[in-house]
Design a protein around this ligand. Structure first.
Ligand SMILES: [Zn+2]
Length: 391
């Protein structure tokens, strides 16, 4: 029988040294005794989660961590979020992620539409359906600003090149419009451009924090191999965001929804910790994902980033470590960096620490970007972590 395993995944936690913090990174600066104990009692290293050739997106990074073969299995974010929302995609459906954004004088002011509240987001998506829905084009509500646009039928294509909204804050929207990669995508593109141009007039009437839309990362339902197939294990995923829940679902994991999990710093940390402890009784792997740190990093809010890292350590990692069986294998890592100095994802390898039953510790004593570089795990990449834990 395999040992039980928990992976603590802190979205966007990695960063760079910051002069205000005495040239420490936020993770070095923050008080994180629980994560440090994993590094001190285990082995550490770095992991490349966003290889060149793929978008610098969370779904790519989390696929890397969970051992997906990016070259053959990468399918875009749309279909993963659809799975996360329980939408059954048909083979000729193309799903795009649709951000609700805030736009002022043609400039993208906020890719999250002011972290629009759920009630307002639901109203805006209803308004989009009322104005733009057709027999084969439909909008679906997700969590806050993270929604979906699904095209059905062979006349539409997912071969649209669209930039990430969070890479384009402060930029004129007109300079970053989606483009069609092949002639078959022209009809899809035409709709999208009309939507981007006309949505503000519809949305502004509802007086919320969002008034724009940004469709991106489209795809068709992919062929992800399940964890059972690849590693012979069962899994559970705990996350507030549809893309991670959906990725888990596509990998055959059980999706555990925690009431009050918001994807932000007001999330239900305690509820997520309890859900993880419980899920570990019935699954080989529990993947506990926290979105909050990523969000405040995009906001370039250093104070909140340090607070969110400390909350993750004290309200999630600490209680889980205290209550799970002592022979549980444990890993902790961010999916990718979001340096607060730029507020965007980077491809820099992230720190990782692993505590395996019966394993010997290396000399790394603290969990952070700098000290993990000296650990005995060395430089990991796509699939290495899962192999280390389950092969
Ligand atoms: Zn992010």
């Amino acid at each position: 029988m395999k040992n039980k395993t928990i992976i603590f995944l802190a979205d966007g936690m990695a960063d760079e040294p910051i002069s205000e913090l005495g040239d420490k990174t936020p993770l070095q600066y923050a008080n994180t005794p629980a994560m440090d104990s994993i590094a001190a009692n285990g082995v550490s290293g770095t992991m490349l989660t966003l290889p060149e050739g793929f978008p610098t997106s969370s779904e790519v990074a989390n696929m890397s961590v969970l051992g997906c073969d990016l070259a053959t299995e990468y399918c875009g974010r749309g279909p993963l979020e659809a799975a996360g929302q329980g939408i059954d995609m048909r083979p000729d459906d193309k799903a795009f992620r649709l951000n609700l954004t805030a736009v002022e004088d043609g400039i993208l002011k906020d890719f999250s539409g002011g972290h629009i509240n759920q009630n307002d987001a639901d109203r805006l998506i209803a308004a989009l359906n009322e104005s733009f829905r057709t027999d084969d084009i439909k909008f679906y509500t997700g969590v806050s600003y993270r929604n979906l646009l699904i095209f059905s039928g062979s006349k539409y294509s997912h071969n649209i090149r669209a930039e990430k909204p969070d890479d384009n804050q402060g930029e004129p929207v007109s300079r970053h419009l989606p483009k069609a990669d092949d002639p078959e995508a022209q009809e899809t593109l035409t709709f999208m451009l009309r939507l981007i141009a006309e949505a503000p007039a519809v949305l502004e009437k509802l007086n919320t924090t969002a008034n724009g839309v940004w469709p991106w990362s489209g795809g068709v339902a992919g062929a992800l191999k399940s964890l059972e197939e690849k590693y012979g294990i069962t899994g559970a995923v705990i996350s507030a965001v549809d893309v991670i829940s959906g990725l888990g679902k596509c990998l055959g994991m059980d999706v555990i929804k925690v009431p009050g999990a918001t994807g932000y710093i007001d999330t239900n940390y305690e509820g997520k910790a309890s859900a993880a402890i419980e899920a570990l009784c019935t699954h080989d792997l529990v993947y506990l994902h926290l979105e909050a740190i990523d969000e405040v990093s995009h906001e370039q809010n250093l104070k909140l980033k340090i607070q969110a890292i400390e909350d993750f350590d004290s309200k999630i990692v600490t209680p889980v470590l205290a209550q799970i069986p002592s022979d549980t294998n444990i890993a902790v890592l961010p999916d990718h960096p979001v340096p607060v100095s730029i507020g965007k994802h980077t491809r820099t390898p992230v720190p990782v620490a692993v505590m395996k039953k019966g394993g010997k510790a290396d000399s790394v004593m603290t969990f952070d970007e700098i000290s993990c570089k000296t650990g005995s795990l060395g430089a990991l990449s796509n699939g290495d972590l899962m192999d280390l834990l389950f092969k």
